[in-house]
Design a protein around this ligand. Structure first.
Ligand code: HAM
Length: 478
């Protein structure tokens, strides 16, 4: 046998770094993505963004709403790794899908393994369910997560290459009520955020009934093959179900006469789906049956759904704020116990944030300070440092302008911020161990003992607003 050279590893087929896109596409993407401009500063990669404080108020609102919903419905938080073995996604999302074919950030790590930045987290959740023996826990095992996902897709409004999801997964129970409850959770999160949404829903049955349907679908489209775009021809050959999702006008027209998957469901699948719909009717979640909804991941079985804005209804390309479905074969596909059911969904945080912005919903990132600290000189700054900590412990946010020295300049900032009180600490006050509290509206000033200032300001804020500055709720009058 000829020994292989030990040092330079030749990537085998299994470990070869998969190029992100095909050569022709790579060239086009390169032109569009542009090279790094010469100079010392760096551009963001296309499709990647910094999420600045302008957006953080909305993001906090979304995350808080998701979290309180997860807690109310007893989902446990799980942190999943961002990097996984590529095979995890290849096997579950499916080789013929856009995500696996074109959109994964795949590379060979220093240990010569093919790894990928996660394009989604359901496969990782299923892996975690298996690897931590969660099968032995009371079922369903319910988990939720939030974090960045990566897809090298064509960036456009609401579509990024790094985007954030909040997801819910439920393993171990195949009852239709699980599907319905997950839909209710997603719907209620969006409602609570102030968005008017509808659920698009379909059933794609089991792998078996889908096979019979697919044969029929392919036969139908073969008759019209010459009318199809190259992309749709390719879909027909590689992943025919995805043709239902085509955006091509001709294909959409042809779809009207195409066989519909609901007619091919076996009795059990039909019954499952009908029950899900009945539950949704019961809790008055508005849904629209969409026989073309198939979703871009291969692991789904039975129920599939998406959340769309109600006023987007009828729009050519509806933007999904979230989507999900049942995946009864996923755990088995990953080597777990056969017939372990599962169901879940994920919401797209950027898309929800955009929808909130369009509605003018823009909560502040953090409570606006009602108190400003103005200092004159180093000794005052030193005392100020401790005062900030005392106010923090009393949960009263305080603003400052340490870059400015003159009192007038500092008061200008305080005015701009619209605070109610400014605390002024000059050299005299430092010597006397006092501090001035200035009411910014009336201009009245009061000199008080610096040790008592936190308590006094707290009391004043309460009285001025009739609101507890800490709890942000009306003060109860005994
Ligand atoms: P997905 O439909 O691929 O499903 O993604 C869920 C949501 O993530 C989408 O509805 C959308 O709001 C957001 N999203 C997807 N791609 C992008 C992008 N490029 N830019 C911005 N937002 C995006 C899944 O990922 C499944 N894992 C969901 C699931 C969980 N199914 C069962 N459990």
């Amino acid at each position: 046998m000829i020994p292989m050279p030990a040092k330079k590893k030749v990537p085998t087929k299994a470990t070869a770094p998969k190029s992100v896109t095909k050569p022709a596409v790579v060239k086009k993407e390169k032109e569009e993505d542009g090279e790094q401009k010469s100079g010392k500063t760096f551009d963001l990669l296309r499709g990647f963004r910094d999420i600045l404080s302008d957006d953080q108020g909305r993001w906090n609102l979304i995350r808080d709403t998701v979290r309180s919903m997860a807690e109310a419905y007893s989902f446990d938080r799980i942190e999943l790794p961002i990097l996984e073995r590529s095979e995890l996604f290849n096997r579950t999302i499916g080789k013929g899908t856009d995500i696996v074919e074109k959109e994964m950030y795949t590379f060979t790590d220093p240990s010569n393994r093919s790894v990928s930045l996660r394009p989604e987290a359901t496969a990782s959740a299923a892996r975690a369910y298996i690897s931590h023996g969660m099968l032995d826990r009371p079922q369903p095992v319910k988990m939720w997560y939030t974090g960045p996902m990566f897809r090298h897709d064509r960036p456009q409004a609401g579509r990024y290459r790094q985007f954030y999801q909040a997801g819910f997964e439920s393993f171990g129970v195949n009852e239709p009520i699980v599907d319905a409850q997950l839909i209710v959770i997603g719907y209620q999160i969006l409602r609570e955020l102030g968005l008017d949404v509808k659920v698009q829903i379909n059933s794609i049955g089991t792998t078996e009934c889908r096979q019979a349907y697919l044969a029929e679908l392919v036969a139908y489209f073969r008759q019209h093959r010459n009318k199809l775009s190259d992309e749709d021809k390719r879909r027909l050959q590689k992943n025919p179900l995805r043709i239902l999702d085509s955006k091509e006008e001709v294909t959409r027209e042809l779809l009207e006469g195409a066989p519909q998957i609901l007619d091919w469901l076996d009795d059990k699948s039909k019954e499952h789906f009908m029950k899900v719909l009945e539950f949704l009717e019961e809790v008055e979640v508005p849904f629209v049956l969409n026989p073309y909804l198939v979703r871009g991941l291969d692991y789904y079985t039975h129920t599939v759904f998406e959340f769309v804005l109600a006023d987007d209804e009828g729009a050519k390309a509806q933007v999904a704020l979230g989507g999900g479905g049942r995946y009864d074969g996923l755990v088995e596909l990953l080597g777990g116990r056969p017939e372990t059911p599962g169901c879940g969904f994920a919401l797209g945080i950027e898309r929800i944030s955009r929808a909130l912005e369009a509605k003018g919903i823009n909560p502040p990132e953090r409570p606006q300070p009602q108190v400003f600290f103005a200092q004159l000189g180093d000794a005052a700054r030193r005392i100020g440092l401790q005062l900030f900590e005392d106010f923090r412990q009393a949960k009263i946010p305080v603003a400052e302008a340490f870059g400015k020295n003159a009192l007038k300049a500092q008061l200008d900032v305080a005015n701009k911020l619209g605070v109610q009180f400014t605390l002024i600490l000059g050299q005299k006050e430092v010597l006397d161990e006092t501090i001035i509290i200035r009411d910014m509206e009336s201009g009245a000033q009061e000199i008080v003992d610096v040790k008592k200032v936190v308590g006094l300001v707290k009391k004043k804020l309460r009285h001025e607003e009739g609101v507890d500055p800490i709890m942000q709720s009306p003060v109860e009058v005994a």
